[in-house]
Structure formats: structure tokens, C-alpha cells
Design a protein. Structure first.
Length: 476
């Protein structure tokens, strides 16, 4: 177990720890690491700090750099998949038979494809997540957990984390560590992508519409990006599905208007799980996809982020088909893949079932869902597989090797919770932003990182789910 950047005097002296935590919470508030409260999730009158780690957590430098360097390749990969109907159709065929949500998304994809896409400007803002796997001999490698192509969050709030930790480390007299805190501003980079796409759309009065959730506890995360756009005099509106349903329409050229304003970009910060949709929202999604507005993501890019696609990419030869003549790109991407296995009907899927039942602790069973808290571990894998293994319901899942990061110690600061030294695991995210105009990639960058840390007791769940906290990498 590593103690990362935690000074021993802090773990030894309760009063010192309490004092430091108080300084830390105030620093978080002063630096705008904010979240609305559970009690008043749609009000900004009284707010709290977002959950965060008291100290930065160790991340091996070479693996950190590896994640950042791979991001432009992942951007290109997602973009190519999104434009490959045959691939998506084949890969998702089994999933859409049993998973209604993916099936509905797919029917919108087909609809748009038949009609012919209206917009040749593509904007992708994604986040590829990783953990550092430690093998039996102590060797470490970077392994991808998933790639989020819709509503990838925390780019805003995490932009405030460097200053928060710098302040805490200063007060804790850890000046060496303080110097190691990296600059990080994904909010600016994500906004740069939005701004670039908005300029290409080419209408000064057209707005960027953030499509937002009913309950907006995490609004400040959006606001950082939003405010970067306002700084450039790019107008932003925030609307829920219902509001778009009531006041949205397409004109003859398929321009999208909402409440009388032309929409240049629909930026989805909602719409990634079944619970986000009513019948009305599905109508709205279809209308937006059919429109001239730039969708971030468009429906093909949304589907490219499914776990079934991720599993398929790990199959021999598939990456090569997306990057012909680029063996280095293939190697760089593949190096981050953990073992993934199909549960499609047939011999290969049967072998996956047998393998999982024989040794459930070394795998994660993943349903085709986003948003955290859905994965299945350990003995529960056996229960679920025993129930579904004989029929096509099993194809709603994929199986993945379980990644085993080395725990490190930290204090996780969450409003209303006592301070406790926790054994923690961290998950590193790399933010990608790209803009394609017709055939030309006019922007393709890694625009920053995210480190989320959680207690080892939790095998699943992110910051929004109340499990993980925001953190900074301390490169080691
Ligand atoms: P979601 O779309 O719900 O965020 P993820 O694939 O990111 O789904 O999984 C959620 C969480 O489960 C991750 O944040 C990570 O903590 C854990 N997890 C997912 N895959 C693995 C894996 N292969 N090994 C270990 N933990 C995993
Ligand atoms: Mg995730």
C-alpha cells in the first residue's frame, strides 16, 4: 500500500488533520469546486463543495503520459466507428435484440442514415477512462475501463483541482509535492472544441444548447465550459428534453429552433441512460438527430461508445481494419486493452460463460449501460450467468478481465462525512476533443485529464453516484 503524498504527521495527529481538512474545504469552496446539495439539487442559493481527496494520489508518470498520448488516436477511432454503419450494425445486432435502450438508439441511427446526414461538421468530446493494473510480479500497465462518448463529465470541476491541492500542500508544508501538481484545464479545451464547431456552423446568433437533466446537482461542472463560451461571445442556452419538446422545431432546411433561437450545437449532458427518456424525449432526440444542428455526440458517435463496441475492438484484426497501414497506432491503442469476451450465442460465448463461472473473481460482467453502478462482480456473476446463460438475454452483457490497481491511502472529503484514512483506488481519464469538417479533421487533441479516487470497498460508481471523489495525479 502506498501513502502517496500524505505526510505522516497528518495521519498521526488528529487535530492537525482536522485543521487541514477545514482549510481544504474552504479552499475547495473559494476555488469554485462546487456542487449543489442533495436537499436542494436545483437551487444555487446554498451550495457545498464537490467531494475531493485531501491529497493527490500517486500515478506512474509513464502510464499517465501514455494515456494522454493515446487520446488523439482514440478520437480518430471513435470518429471512424461512428461513420461505419456496417460495423455498428454487425456488432450491435445481438445487443439490440435484447436491450431496448440500445435498440431505440439504433433505430434513430438507421432513420438518420436512410434520410442522409444533414450536417458534415462533427464535434466529439469524450473521455477515455483507465486504471493502472498491477500484475503478480508488481509490473504496472495502463488498462482502459471504457470510453465515454456522451455526457462525459467533470472536465469543468476538475479544472479547479490543481489550485485546491496546491493550496492544501502549501499549508501542509509539502512544497516538493506542491511543485508536482500539474496544470489541467479540460474546461477550456472542451470549450475550444465547441467554439471551433460553432464557428464552422457559421451563424453568429445561433446558440450552443446544453441538453440538461431534470436534476442538476452538477451544474457548476457545466458552467465552467459554458462560461468559456460566453467569454468568446458564443451564446449558450440550457434546456431539458421537455422544454425542447414544447418549444423546438425544424424549419424547411432542417435548422433546429428552440424557443425561437437557432441551435448551432446540441451538447448532450443528458440522454445516456434509459431513465433519461420519456416517449417525448425520444421524439426530441430523433428531431435533433435529423436536424442541421451539430450534435455532440451524434447518434453514431453515441453508439460507438457502447461496451459491446469496446469488446469487439479487442478482437484480433478489428483495430487493423480501422487503421490500415498504421501499425503503430494499432499497437498504441491495443496496449491499453484488457481482455474482453463476447457473450453472443454460439461456441465462443459458451466458452466465455464457462470461463466466468470457473473463476468469477477475475472478471467483471458488464451490461450495456452507462452512468455507474451497473456492473456485476464476484459470486453475483455466477448468479446472473446461471440465470441467463442458456438464452439470448446473456448478449446484453460483455465480460471483461478485472483490473487490479494497487491501493493507496487518502482521506476523502465529502460533505457530512467523518474523516477517515481509506485504502483507495484511482481511475484516470483523458479528455479528447475533435472537430471534423467533411473529410478534414480540423481539431484533434487531448485537452486534459481527470483523476477520480474511491475507497477500495466500492467496486463501481463514480463521483455523481456519491462513491468517487475528485483528485489530482501525483506523478511518480
Ligand atoms: P459506466 O459506464 O457505468 O461508468 P464503467 O465501465 O466505467 O461503466 O464501469 C464503472 C466502474 O466499474 C468503473 O469506474 C470502475 O471502477 C469499475 N470497473 C469497470 N470495469 C472494470 C474492470 N475491468 N476492472 C475493474 N474495475 C472495473
Ligand atoms: Mg465509467
Amino acid at each position: 500500500m502506498e501513502f502517496g503524498g500524505i505526510p505522516q504527521e497528518v495521519t498521526a495527529d488528529g487535530q492537525l488533520l482536522e485543521d487541514l481538512a477545514e482549510v481544504a474545504r474552504d479552499a475547495a469552496l473559494l476555488h469554485g469546486l462546487l456542487m449543489r446539495t442533495r436537499d436542494a439539487p436545483n437551487s444555487s442559493e446554498v451550495v457545498g463543495h464537490a467531494p475531493f481527496a485531501l491529497f493527490p494520489s500517486p500515478v506512474p508518470k509513464s502510464l499517465f503520459l501514455q494515456a494522454l498520448a493515446a487520446q488523439p488516436l482514440f478520437n480518430r477511432l471513435v470518429d471512424r466507428i461512428s461513420r461505419d454503419p456496417e460495423f455498428l450494425e454487425n456488432v450491435l445486432a445481438s445487443t439490440i435484440k435484447v436491450d431496448d435502450f440500445t435498440a431505440r438508439l439504433f433505430s434513430i441511427y438507421r432513420h438518420v442514415l436512410q434520410e442522409g446526414p444533414k450536417q458534415s461538421i462533427v464535434l466529439g468530446l469524450n473521455r477515455s477512462d483507465y486504471m493502472v493494473d498491477q500484475d503478480r510480479d508488481g509490473g504496472m500497465s495502463l488498462k482502459q475501463i471504457e470510453i465515454n462518448t456522451i455526457a462525459a463529465s467533470f472536465g469543468g470541476l476538475t479544472s479547479q483541482m490543481p489550485d485546491v491541492h496546491r493550496h492544501i500542500l502549501g499549508v501542509a508544508e509539502r512544497l516538493e509535492d506542491q511543485k508536482k501538481i500539474l496544470d489541467n484545464n479540460p474546461a477550456a479545451g472542451l470549450a475550444k472544441g465547441l467554439a471551433k464547431a460553432w464557428e464552422l456552423y457559421g451563424s453568429e446568433r445561433a446558440v450552443v444548447m446544453f441538453l440538461v437533466e431534470e436534476i442538476q446537482r452538477n451544474i457548476y461542472d457545466h458552467r465552467y465550459i459554458e462560461n468559456e463560451l460566453w467569454k468568446r461571445n458564443i451564446p449558450v442556452i440550457r434546456r431539458r428534453f421537455e422544454e425542447v419538446f414544447k418549444t423546438g422545431s425544424l424549419d424547411q432546411e432542417k435548422r433546429l429552433f428552440v424557443g425561437g433561437k437557432e441551435v448551432a450545437i446540441v451538447y448532450f449532458r443528458n440522454g445516456y441512460m434509459p431513465q433519461n427518456y420519456t416517449e417525448q424525449s425520444w421524439e426530441v432526440r430523433l428531431m435533433m438527430e435529423r436536424s442541421l444542428a451539430i450534435k455532440c455526440p451524434d447518434i453514431g458517435t453515441h453508439l460507438a461508445g457502447t461496451k459491446k463496441v469496446q469488446q469487439e475492438l479487442a478482437r484480433p484484426g478489428v483495430l487493423e481494419s480501422f487503421f490500415p497501414n498504421e501499425p503503430d497506432a494499432v499497437d498504441q491503442i491495443r496496449a491499453t486493452f484488457a481482455g474482453q469476451y463476447t457473450l453472443d450465442m454460439g461456441e465462443e460465448g459458451d466458452r466465455t460463460v464457462a470461463m466466468a463461472l470457473a473463476e468469477p473473481d477475475v472478471f467483471v460482467l458488464k451490461p450495456q449501460r452507462e452512468g455507474g453502478g451497473n456492473n456485476i462482480y464476484g459470486s453475483e456473476i455466477c448468479q446472473v450467468l446461471e440465470a441467463v446463460k442458456g438464452g439470448s438475454e446473456r448478449t446484453a452483457y460483455i465480460l471483461m478481465d478485472k483490473i487490479r490497481p494497487r491501493p493507496s491511502h487518502n482521506y476523502l472529503l465529502r460533505p457530512g462525512e467523518p474523516l477517515r484514512l481509506n485504502a483507495c483506488l484511482s481511475e484516470l481519464g483523458a479528455f479528447g476533443a475533435y472537430v471534423r469538417h467533411g473529410k478534414d479533421m480540423v481539431m484533434n487533441e487531448c485537452v486534459g485529464h481527470l483523476l477520480r479516487t474511491k475507497s477500495v470497498e466500492y467496486s463501481d460508481g463514480g463521483v455523481a453516484a456519491g462513491v468517487a471523489v475528485l483528485d489530482n495525479p501525483l506523478l511518480v
